[in-house]
Design a protein around this ligand. Structure first.
Ligand SMILES: [Zn+2]
Ligand SMILES: [Zn+2]
Length: 115
């Protein structure tokens, strides 16, 4: 008649366990899942805020550049062309000691090399 009491494992010990969480997008109001893996990633990176937008809205913002004030969002580095001395910008950080060419010189060198 009397049943054995169930082993009642209390909480504790598993502090780093994450569970999928349903959040609401602040932009379109859709519900989206903040997965355990993503939570782990956030915790690992030290992010304190949960994501506010669903994936669709996030990628939409990424496409449009996120808005905000003007100015270059891409990290273009101003440099001088090693060939003609013209000021130009490159979408990467030029390595010291390596020649950097402006668009025209770069294309000229390429077509020369291809010919
Ligand atoms: Zn959304
Ligand atoms: Zn040049």
């Amino acid at each position: 008649m009397s049943q054995c009491p169930l082993p009642d494992g209390g909480p504790g010990g598993l502090a780093m366990e994450f569970h999928d969480k349903v959040l609401k997008c602040s932009e379109c109001g859709a519900e989206f899942v903040f997965t355990a893996g993503e939570q782990m990633f956030f915790a690992d990176k030290g992010f304190k805020n949960e994501p506010k937008r669903c994936k669709a809205c996030k990628s939409k913002r990424a496409e449009t550049g996120g808005g905000g004030g003007g100015g270059a969002t891409r990290s273009e580095t101003k440099t001088t062309c090693s060939q003609c001395g013209k000021e130009t910008t490159v979408p990467f950080k030029p390595t010291q000691g390596r020649p950097v060419f402006c668009r025209e010189c770069f294309q000229a060198r390429r077509s020369m090399g291809a010919a």
